[in-house]
Structures are given as C-alpha cells and as structure tokens.
Design a protein around this ligand. Structure first.
Ligand code: TLP
Length: 346
C-alpha cells in the first residue's frame, strides 16, 4: 500500500524466519494450557522478565484490560499518566469491562512524579477508592518517551506504601530497555503486572504477554476466556512470538537510530516544527498546521504517516524501514509540508 509505512510499528509483517517457524510449530489446545509452543513462549517471557509466569493474549488492549479487571473492583479509580494508551486508545474499556474510572496524574514526557501519583490516591470512604496505579513505558502519546527507571521505582514505592497494585503498559518495554541500555527485567521489575506487546517493534503478527504472579495469572486466565481471548491452537502464532521475543530486540537500536536521523533531516523543514532532541526511541512527533492534510499528501507520495491530533503527526520506524526508506520518507514529508506551508502563505 505504501512504499514506506511509518504509521505505526504495528504494520510490520512476519519475517521469513517467523513464517517458517509458524509452518512447523507444535500445537495443542491452549485453553487447556496444552499448546507446547504457547507454553514455551510464556515460560521464556517469565524467565526473561523475572515474573512467576506469563499469559499469551491476542492484543495489548486485552492484556491491559485483563490486568485492570483482575486488580480492581467496580467503582474503583485507576491512576493513569496523562495521555496513557490504557485510557485514550482503549475505547472506554476500563468503564465497560471493569466499571473503573480514570484519574489522570500530570505527566511530563509520559512520566508522572511520585508526589503527583500520591496526590491522585483517594482514601476517603466518600470517594471512589484507588484500585490501581498504571505507568506506560515507552509512552506512546508523549512521543515514544522513556520513563526513567528512578521514576518507576519512586512510584512503585508510593504504590507499596498505599497498598495499591501497580501495572505497567509495556507495549514497547523493549524499546525502553534498548534506549536505557539495560535488560528487559530492569524495566519490568517492581510491578505487580506488566503487559508486553510482540506485535509492535518486535514484528510478530499477533499477540501480547501479560506477566504476573501465579495467583494473578489464574484470575487473568479466567478473564481471557471471559473476553473470548482463548485461542486454541495458538502455537502457530506463538512460534512467531518466540522469535519476536528472543531475536527481534537486537534490531531496535537500529530503529531508534533511524528515527533520530529522520527527525534531524526534517527539523527546520518548511512548515514543520520538531525538536530532534525529543526523539528517544522509534517515534518522531512533528507539529504542522494541518495534520490530516499532511497525512493525505504523504499518502499520495507513497509514505504512510498518522495524525495523533489536529496538528500532530507521528512517524514510527520499525524493522521494515531501511535507510533508503528513511531518505524517501524525508523527501516526501518535507515536500508535502513545504507545499502546504507555501499554499497558506500565498
Ligand atoms: N497502539 C497503537 C494505537 O492503538 C495507537 C499504535 O499504533 O501505537 N499500549 C500501547 C502503549 C500501545 O501503543 C498500544 C497500541 C496498545 C497498548 C494496544 O495494543 P493492541 O493494538 O495490540 O491492542
């Protein structure tokens, strides 16, 4: 559809190695926990992250929402950083599925402060009790920003002191680990549950992993079935997931470097406002007068970009975007933005 598709890292298709593994995967009925490939994927994820176990689920949204359902009671508040995917892009699921309400913690570049989170906790019997604290790392709407590990630790301390569970939407936790130069377990440590997506920068066609304790996962398993997420011979998909989890993280640094180059090349282009210093991982956010107009004009030039607001456009690099793709995208985006800016001035 596009010569270069920067709309999201979700657009990645399985690699030839994934296709081969999928074709020969050993399978069983995963609702009975009898799919050997799903079991291996879950065990591998648990080992890598230091959790007692993991549950393979169809999507990041289901993973987050199962965690929310397990941790909260109806009428609870969930503290979310401003702009969190768990509220902004999971169409009211916390209200529909769990009867939960969001309370937003002010966040700079996706990172709330420990004081901000503590101030958001409700303890009075006259108010909705806080049932869960969530963080997102990397933070999508903050431009793929990395939440510092010290911030995570400080907010985890608040959660422990207040006796409230804490969940990480780690859809792109491997991007955070890569940017920080640490292992994945350093990013996922200290949370009661973590959701990791295999279908974003890691390139698997489908699937997320929900990490937690055995007791948490027993309940999570029940909610996965309740939501229709029991996938039977899912080993066909999990086989690609295993490659995503073990081989694909090594390529993320190259995605980050390409995002940086994309940003540096577009900074200062006519009609575009952008600070390359803000590019920390595989996302570039730029400001233009008319985001929808730029999306359309880029599409006409064969480049997929997405609008994240009336003036905000997002570009996401991934393993299917090479250096030639970056060059092509820079030319197309600069030309499209330039022609729009000239039209406004004329
Ligand atoms: N994000 C998608 C869109 O929904 C915006 C994207 O293109 O980036 N957590 C985070 C932080 C995410 O960015 C996403 C997907 C999810 C959860 C949900 O994952 P899926 O799409 O598998 O339900």
């Amino acid at each position: 559809m596009f010569a270069v598709d920067l709309r999201s890292d979700t657009v990645t298709v399985p690699t030839p190695e994934m296709r081969a593994a999928m074709a020969t995967a050993a399978v069983g009925d995963d609702v009975y926990a009898e799919d050997p490939t799903v079991n291996r994927l879950q065990e591998t994820a648990a080992e890598l992250t230091g959790f007692e176990g993991a549950l393979y689920v169809p999507s990041g949204t289901m993973s987050n929402q199962i965690a929310l359902a397990v941790h909260t009671r109806r009428g609870s508040e969930v503290i979310v950083p401003e702009g969190a995917h768990i509220y902004e892009y999971e169409p009211g699921a916390m209200a529909v599925l769990s009867g939960a309400l969001p309370r937003f913690a002010p966040a700079v570049r996706g990172a709330p402060t420990a004081e901000g989170v503590r101030a958001a906790v409700r303890r009075s019997p006259h108010q909705a009790p806080t049932g869960l604290i969530t963080l997102e790392n990397t933070h999508n709407l903050a431009g793929g920003a990395v939440v510092p590990l010290a911030t995570q630790a400080a907010i985890q301390s608040v959660a422990r002191e207040e006796g409230i569970p804490i969940h990480l939407d780690g859809a792109r936790a491997f991007n955070a680990a890569t940017a920080l130069g640490v292992g994945i377990a350093d990013v996922t440590r200290g949370f009661d549950s973590v959701s990791i997506c295999l279908s974003k920068g890691l390139g698997a066609p489908v699937g997320s992993l929900l990490l937690g304790s055995r007791a948490f996962l027993a309940e999570a398993h029940r909610y996965r079935k309740l939501l229709g997420g029991g996938m039977r011979q899912a080993g066909v998909l999990a086989a690609a997931g295993l490659i995503a989890l073990t081989r694909m993280p090594a390529g993320l640094a190259a995605d980050h470097a390409r995002a940086k180059r994309l940003a540096q090349a577009l900074a200062g282009a006519d009609g575009i406002t952008l600070d390359p210093a803000r590019v920390e991982t595989n996302m570039v956010f730029l400001e233009v007068d008319d985001a929808a107009g730029l999306v359309q004009r880029c599409a006409a030039r064969g480049v997929g970009v997405s609008s994240m607001g009336p003036r905000t456009v997002r570009l996401v690099t991934h393993h299917q975007v090479d250096d030639a793709g970056v060059a092509l995208a820079v030319d197309a985006i600069a030309a499209a933005a330039g022609s729009m800016a000239r039209a406004v001035r004329a």
